[in-house]
Design a protein. Structure first.
Length: 162
């Protein structure tokens, strides 16, 4: 017998288990249409960050680490209710016992984080299948980076963004 012995349904199920779903507007931007477990996706925009975490937060706990100004009200209005805030880890978020409890970690890496400082936490978090969403500072070697490069506002008053 030649070819792949795995059925299309099995492959689709395995892909679904290996990713966390995201808002359908963001799915086309991501490989396999979701956030791959065990990866680092750097996010440069607070709105995109909240939108990325909304769908996973319906079934998973999200930890916001070392971002005191994170918009709790904006997160709640977007539907993120499974949210825990953790402060003052001094960049040691990969060493604390977060990985098993929080599949999604929104983190502020230390400013000018050297690559060697990212290696150990990334390996630890990858082993646990965490999705790491660094925000505001660069994470060396992310698998993906999402940012907003152009905004357009339409309509009178509140209008709508597109």
């Amino acid at each position: 017998m030649t070819g792949n012995a795995t059925s299309p349904q099995t492959r689709a199920r395995e892909r679904a288990e290996a990713t966390l779903p995201v808002d359908e507007a963001l799915a086309p931007l991501l490989p396999d249409g979701g956030l791959a477990r065990g990866t680092v996706t750097e996010v440069g925009d607070a709105g995109v960050l909240i939108q990325l975490a909304t769908r996973p937060a319906q079934t998973e706990w999200v930890a916001v680490v070392d971002i005191p100004e994170f918009g709790d009200a904006a997160a709640r209005s977007a539907g993120i209710t499974r949210l825990v805030r953790i402060e003052d880890t001094h960049g040691k978020f990969g060493d604390v016992a977060l990985a098993p409890a929080f599949p999604v970690l929104i983190v502020r890496p230390p400013a000018a984080m050297p690559e060697r400082a990212a290696t150990r936490p990334a390996s630890h978090l990858r082993t646990h299948g965490n999705v790491v969403l660094p925000y505001d500072h660069h994470w060396p070697g992310p698998q993906l980076r999402l940012d907003v490069t152009h905004r357009l506002w339409r309509g009178l008053g509140d209008g709508w963004a597109s």
